[in-house]
Ligand binder design. Structure first.
Ligand code: SF4
Ligand code: SF4
Length: 121
């Protein structure tokens, strides 16, 4: 799986937050929300949910308005530095490479809800 045409950790959409005072580290990543604000606000119909429940941004439809970036409550949508279009974690379309790469097994892919709303055909 190669979504960006090469290996580039800076394009990872998983951020590790460190609370140094209590030595607590935790990853923040798109929750594929049941009520996905990013999907709801996109004026171009560029964000949909696939049959697996993954919230997907379609680059070809994105007009780079930035609304999904503003409305995501945990701020996990960013702009592609080259195109200005939005991108976020899409679970590598079902097989997250971060989970495979984690040397300690700290990451696990789990299903937490049954998605509602429009599903891609
Ligand atoms: S980008 Fe934000 S609002 Fe959209 S599904 Fe992910 S966490 Fe939810
Ligand atoms: S930046 Fe793109 S994906 Fe995000 S709301 Fe605007 S058109 Fe939709």
């Amino acid at each position: 799986m190669d979504l960006f045409g090469g290996y580039n950790p800076s394009l990872s959409r998983l951020t590790v937050v460190s609370q140094k005072e209590n030595l607590y580290h935790f990853p923040i990543v798109c929750n594929q929300c049941e009520n996905a604000y990013c999907l709801n606000v996109c004026p171009a119909g560029a964000i949909t949910r696939d049959t697996s429940g993954i919230v997907v941004i379609h680059k070809d439809k994105c007009i780079a308005c930035g609304l999904c970036i503003e409305y995501c409550p945990i701020r996990v949508v960013v702009r592609d530095p080259e195109t200005g279009k939005a991108f976020k974690c899409e679970l590598c379309r079902g097989t997250p490479l971060c989970v495979e790469a984690c040397p300690t097994g700290a990451l696990e892919l789990v299903s937490k809800h049954t998605p509602k709303g429009k599903i891609d055909e």
